[in-house]
Design a protein around this ligand. Structure first.
Ligand code: ZN
Length: 688
């Protein structure tokens, strides 16, 4: 959570930025950024104001309805303010909304009405004695624009209210028997009821937008970017003939005034009988569990719908309860719009790190606060190279718009300079390779900065692959293809980074789906406490192989005591000569290696090794050829666990040589030296 001072200054900047875009959007009809990005900024402002309510001011964009009546239209004052609805971006936020309501009305049982949120333009339709007399936009919520002529061109809007048949009225009263005021409802269904206001959404279907853009393109006119722009642009045509040609549709959701209806469900049913299209997907939900199921189902179906939706509007079903919960700022408490994750969002760049690719090219990668976009949480975005950073003008600390479209890797679209505090730091390409420390170079006329050490990436890849290999940490499912991708995307630069991976980092990489991503992350997390010997081997210290690592582990017991051992102490271990001891000391004293090791030790705790005294104590084993009932690694571990030493070479000191299929020269040598040779069966008997 942001501290109060930081939040206060960020809130100010957010307001200024949002106001600027609001003006572009509603007055100029030309938004510089996407609506999703603008929504993300509004949502951040709302969240900060929820955390620090003292920061709320009456002029905050969260306190007012978006929009302003444009000139060129007659202004209309709404009898009842047209409010807007607060957004929620996760089920957690929806639950928090319900909990707030429950706190206000502890004794009430809540059920909900869920209706798809159409991506169009909110409209108010006024009828007098059943006849359509005026249509208006929302405007700023109090004053809108009179667009009656344009709305008359929308076939889905009845010019005359429908009079339901006696049978239909009876059916309605039977369905909601005892739950509505019968005489008022009967009155509603007769046409002579004075003034009646219906609200709903004017929208353009997907097919129509395609048709329209084809026509516009032919005429050399600018195409319409998205459905809401299309609807807004059409409604705001001063020439009704143009509006007519654009063929908008309409769906109703609101009915202003008391007509004896007691729930949202009844209201939708009544609107349908009066001749208004209502969304057939809309339904009463007896609990948030049902709401969740509806939302998820809708998420899967939305691509196939004939129109665009951007979420689900949830309302408290009971109208009296809705009314009594009131309005906070510009939004009714009893409603929330649960939005689908968008392809774009805003976040803050916390750092820019550099990854080294297979070609040795240094790639700057932005590390960001997690941002939820379609299907994933994004924390990293590649910045490609120095030129791209310059083009974007991105600095560390900047607020940016990030996009994740389809299977494409997330990218930063643009920086919001209005959000700067002055503390942002420019990024500089390092002069030395962050992996191997070699100097880097950038050739004239090329965009890439390259590590001059040709084997740099290969070395790093090999080192990480060794870390996860069977005799080391034995993390399954991290083959070279995957590891290469992880390094190239900047997700993994060293061992410790493996433990920070989340499933969302992997989804989108070649060959990963939800299940496989989670499986790999679980597998990595299961290897936080490796045996000391394996851990030591995994570090890839020169001259310290599997055997030496195991010997050192049993001798020193803990990693800390091994790390602080002197050269002499190390050389006291059997099989550790001067070369090995020097190598260990050099490794542990190297600053770069120490830092890397410390970061690893923050996420991995090697087990304490115990000096084993088993029945094979004092024996030395050599394995050659492949075994059938277990792997050679497993066999070695078996005898080691019983106190034996394992060696790779046969000598006079060797006690047993276990010979499997296709043995090498070791078997011959054992015979020559007179060392006892065991078959796999003999071996299994000894380790029983
Ligand atoms: Zn390098």
């Amino acid at each position: 959570m942001m501290d109060h001072t930081t939040a206060a200054s960020r809130v100010l900047k957010l307001r200024k930025e949002i106001d600027r875009y609001r003006y572009q959007y509603h007055v100029l009809n030309a938004l510089e950024i996407s609506e999703a990005a603008l929504d993300a900024l509004k949502h951040e402002l709302y969240t900060l104001e929820q955390q620090y309510p003292d920061l709320i001011t009456p002029d905050s964009p969260t306190q007012r309805v978006a929009g302003e009546a444009a000139s060129g239209f007659v202004k209309v004052t709404h009898a009842v303010r047209m409010l807007s609805i607060e957004d929620a971006f996760s089920f957690d936020e929806v639950e928090a909304w319900r909990d707030r309501l429950q706190k206000l009305r502890p004794r009430d049982v809540f059920d909900f009405y869920a209706d798809p949120k159409m991506d169009g333009l909110a409209m108010s339709l006024l009828y007098r004695d059943g006849r359509f007399i005026r249509g208006a936009t929302r405007g700023d919520g109090r004053v809108g624009e009179d667009v009656t002529q344009n709305l008359r061109t929308i076939e889905a809007i009845p010019m005359q209210l429908r009079i339901p048949s006696d049978q239909e009225v009876a059916g309605f009263l039977k369905r909601f028997h005892g739950a509505c005021d019968e005489s008022l409802v009967r009155r509603l269904f007769r046409s002579s009821i004075g003034e009646l206001e219906v609200r709903g959404e004017a929208y353009m279907t997907k097919a129509q937008l395609v048709r329209l853009n084809t026509i516009l393109k032919k005429r050399g006119e600018p195409e319409l970017a998205n459905p809401r722009n299309a609807a807004a642009g059409t409604i705001r045509q001063l020439d009704a003939r143009i509006a007519a040609e654009r063929k908008l549709s309409f769906m109703a959701y609101g009915l202003i005034g008391d007509y004896g209806l007691q729930t949202m469900e009844q209201r939708y049913a009544a609107l349908a009988l009066l001749g208004f299209p209502v969304n057939p997907i809309g339904r009463r939900c007896e609990s948030l569990g049902v709401v969740k199921a509806v939302f998820e189902d809708l998420g899967k179906r939305r691509e196939k719908l004939a129109y665009w939706i951007d979420g689900l509007v949830l309302s408290v079903n009971d109208l009296a309860l809705q009314e009594s919960l009131g309005v906070v700022g510009k939004t009714p408490r009893a409603m929330v719009a649960w939005k689908f994750p968008a392809e774009q969002g805003t976040t803050i760049v916390r750092d820019i790190v550099v990854s080294v690719g297979r070609t040795g090219a240094l790639t700057p990668v932005a590390v960001m606060d997690p941002v939820k976009l379609v299907g994933t949480t994004v924390t990293h975005a590649t910045l490609h190279n120095e030129d791209e950073i310059r083009r974007l003008g991105v600095k560390i600390g900047d607020t940016v718009i990030v996009e994740k479209a389809g299977d494409v890797i997330p990218k930063i679209i643009r920086v919001l300079p209005g959000m700067r505090t002055g503390k942002e730091k420019p990024f500089r390409m390092p002069t030395r390779c962050p992996i191997c420390g070699s100097p880097v170079s950038r050739k004239e006329g090329e965009v890439a900065t390259v590590c001059t050490n040709r084997s740099c990436f290969a070395q790093e890849l090999a080192r990480l692959l060794h870390f996860v290999s069977r005799p080391a940490l034995d993390i399954r499912g991290l083959g070279d293809k995957i590891m290469e991708q992880l390094i190239q995307e900047g997700l993994v630069r060293e061992e410790a980074d493996l433990y920070a991976l989340i499933p969302d980092d992997l989804i989108g990489l070649e060959g990963f789906a939800d299940v496989s991503a989670k499986k790999l992350v679980d597998e990595i997390q299961a290897h936080r406490h490796p045996p000391l010997g394996r851990f030591l081997n995994a570090l890839g210290i020169r001259h310290v192989g599997e055997e030496t690592a195991a010997d050192l582990a049993t001798r020193f017991g803990t990693f800390a005591s091994l790390r602080s051992a002197t050269k002499e102490e190390l050389m006291a271990v059997e099989g550790v000569g001067e070369i090995v001891a020097d190598s260990l000391v050099t490794f542990f004293h190297d600053r770069r290696e120490s830092d890397r090791l410390n970061r690893l030790l923050e996420v991995v705790t090697p087990q304490r090794a115990e000096k084993k005294i088993g029945k094979l104590e004092g024996t030395t084993w050599v394995f050659t050829g492949s075994l059938t009932s277990l792997s050679r690694e497993e066999a070695k571990e078996r005898v080691r666990a019983m106190g034996a030493d394992v060696s790779e070479t046969v000598s006079k000191k060797t006690t047993y040589v276990v010979v499997g299929d296709d043995p090498g020269s070791k078997a011959e040598k054992a015979q020559k030296l007179g060392v006892e040779i065991l078959t796999e069966a003999d071996f299994l008997k000894k380790v029983q």
